[in-house]
Design a protein around this ligand. Structure first.
Ligand code: AGP
Length: 610
């Protein structure tokens, strides 16, 4: 949540700051702000809403400077107005601070600072940081040491960057719990929440770790921990390309990412299928696969869409690897007293690799001695770096707030992990080869489903005014029902619920009348007849049914109002296919409602606060 950028060098920093904030806008878009320091004086401009609003203001005021910071906000403390927008400053406005995270003890710190005569103009937790640093500056600390000392008193999470008019040749930045990366240029350096802001400027980056504070000059930087111990950092080369983070001719990132799925799933599978042995090869699990196969239990912990992927993983792992598997919301897992044994494997699924709850759940797991495995998309993200072992999904950057291609890649990787573990246990080579064959055909089947885009768009027209939706699925497709409902909710603001189809009789059936659209995931599998009975029950109460059905299923047409026909595969892989029409349905309904599908209200792509 919140994106931060900073620049120090010889050029005007404004184009980088505005461009970088636009790239980071997926992290929050409630308000934005910029602060520049030049010749010991400063300039701060803030605006409510998206970065484009800030850009207009900045252009009309024609500002420039060689040192600056910028912020795009996802509001936690205080409504999205200009006063609460970052940067925040100290009382003589010489120090400017931007922050991503939550200062948990801000109320106590604020109280103490007020006692010392500080007054506050905003409702944010971040303003406390500005005054706290100021408090140390007034005691004679240098800028860097004042930041260190202030952070020593702070509880919570932060990625911060600060500039100070009285020491204008540096940016001081720090990280704890919120990502931060330093971009290395030629006589210029950068700070950003993630590398997407840096792509057009440099390929050399340094990832900050929790507890590190950096002093960035135009031609050098120093990293220390809060206790002032020097830390030597490694420089990494980023491989991200600009065309991976632009819309590439599509009206929205979400549509681009849906349409990319044949390639993104291919990338998740690339080089990982072993046809002859009927298994998979996952570099990250080398040296760990036997321990995982010997696990007494597997726990999967994640949030949102990644949690839905985990539910599908539970079905896969129990069916094929025959290991008892539980799936937990990371936010619940971290705050109860989970029973984790050293012979458990705990899998953390996260597209961003930065989700605060998932990261905290992983750290708790490591403390308790179980094996922590990450399944992440963002290379170099916190979960990827801190897990004991892991597998990247290689879906490529996902920018639309609604997760689409990451989900199908997470499922693909879960299938590969299942195959690997199952083959180490009871699965025969022949059965493994059959699974490998089916996995290999998935990208071309996705391509076929995507050809239904126009047909699905037409169906969407009839549901633009719906107020509620129900999604039903059984077995492997129950998590898909949850995922379809989540997609619709988050981008169209239509209330939607996902249920196991058989559970409908235990309550939700009371909601069904002629105004209730019901999406039923009904491929021809072993529970098909049961799902057909559920369809009959909905029909008997005049519900309007959209069925996701197998391409050879003609019987279903007379039972439902709309049917979307897709190719079949084996049950464990079916969710990778059945979810695609649901992504397109949600997308088209939201577009037809005139909503901002890439940046839906109240949401942010990467949830780095609790
Ligand atoms: C999905 O569409 C959501 N925007 C959200 O639920 C997301 O999946 C969740 O926040 C978890 O994110 P992660 O995969 O980056 O950890």
């Amino acid at each position: 949540m919140c994106g931060i950028v900073g620049y120090i060098g010889e050029k005007n920093c404004v184009p980088f700051i505005i461009g970088g904030l636009k790239r980071l806008e997926y992290r929050g878009y409630d308000s934005a702000g910029i602060a520049l320091v030049q010749n010991q004086s400063n300039r701060v401009i803030k605006s409510v809403g998206k970065v484009a609003e800030l850009e207009n203001k900045v252009l009309s005021e024609n500002i420039s400077g060689k040192t600056g910071i910028g912020h795009t906000r996802w509001a936690t403390h205080g409504i999205p107005n200009e006063i609460n927008a970052h940067p925040h400053f100290n009382r003589d406005k010489t120090l400017m601070v931007i922050h991503n995270g939550i200062i948990e003890n801000y109320a106590a710190l604020k109280h103490n600072l007020k006692e010392e005569g500080y007054s506050f103009i905003s409702d944010t937790d971040t303003e406390v940081l500005a005054h706290l640093i100021d408090n140390f500056l007034t005691k004679g600390y240098t800028f860097f040491k004042a930041v260190q000392a202030a952070l020593n008193e702070v509880e919570g999470t932060y990625g911060i960057a600060a500039i100070y008019c009285k020491e204008p040749d540096m940016i001081v930045a720090a990280r704890k719990g919120s990502p931060l990366v330093i971009g290395i240029g030629d006589n210029e350096n950068y700070v950003a929440s993630d590398v997407s802001a840096l792509v057009s400027f440099t390929s050399q980056v340094v990832y900050l770790e929790d507890g590190e504070v950096v002093e960035v000059h135009k031609d050098k930087f120093f990293v220390k921990d809060i206790a002032d111990k020097e830390i030597l950092k490694e420089t990494h080369e980023i491989t991200l390309k600009l065309d991976e983070i632009t819309k590439g001719g599509y009206p929205h990132y979400m549509l681009k990412e849906i349409m990319e799925q044949p390639e993104s799933v291919t990338n998740s599978l690339r080089g990982r299928l072993l046809f002859d042995e009927g298994t998979s090869k996952l570099g990250g699990l080398i040296g760990f696969a036997d321990r995982i196969a010997a696990s007494k239990r597997i726990i999967i912990s994640a949030c949102g869409t990644s949690w839905h992927a985990g539910l599908v993983g539970e079905y896969m792992l129990e069916q094929f690897a025959e290991i008892p598997t539980e799936v937990e919301y990371a936010s619940e897992f971290r705050y109860r007293n989970p029973i984790i044994k050293p012979d458990d494997t705990v899998i953390f699924i996260s597209q961003s690799g930065e989700t605060a709850d998932t990261l905290a759940a992983m750290r708790e797991t490591k403390l308790r001695g179980a094996l922590a495995m990450g399944i992440c998309n963002v290379v170099g993200s916190s979960i990827a770096r801190e897990s004991d072992t892991g597998v990247y999904i290689h879906a490529g950057p996902e920018i639309g707030v609604a997760s689409t291609k990451a989900f199908t890649s997470q499922l693909s990787v879960l299938a590969l992990i299942t195959l690997l573990i199952a083959r180490k246990k009871h699965l025969s080579k022949v059965d493994g080869q059959a699974i490998v064959n089916e996995i290999e055909q998935i990208p071309s089947k996705i391509k076929k489903i995507l050809q239904l885009n126009y047909e699905i768009e037409k169906i969407a027209e009839d549901f633009v005014d719906s107020k509620n939706f129900l999604y039903l699925g059984r077995g492997y497709n129950f998590p898909v029902a949850l995922e379809g409902a989540l997609k619709l909710k988050e981008i169209s603001y239509i209330h939607a619920e996902g249920y196991p189809a058989a559970e409908m009789k235990h309550g939700p059936i009371a909601l069904i009348d002629e105004n209730m659209p019901v999406v039923v995931i009904a491929p021809k599998d072993s529970v098909y007849d049961k799902v057909i009975s559920n369809i009959q029950e909905v029909k008997a109460r005049q519900g309007r049914i959209i069925a996701i059905a197998s391409e050879n299923d003609d019987e279903i047409d007379s039972l439902v109002d709309y049917s979307i026909k897709i190719p079949d595969t084996i049950r464990m892989l079916m969710p990778i296919l059945t979810v695609i029409p649901l992504q397109l349905l949600a997308y088209h309904i939201a577009v037809k409602k005139g909503l901002d599908v890439d940046q839906p209200r109240n949401l942010a792509k990467s949830v780095t606060v609790e």
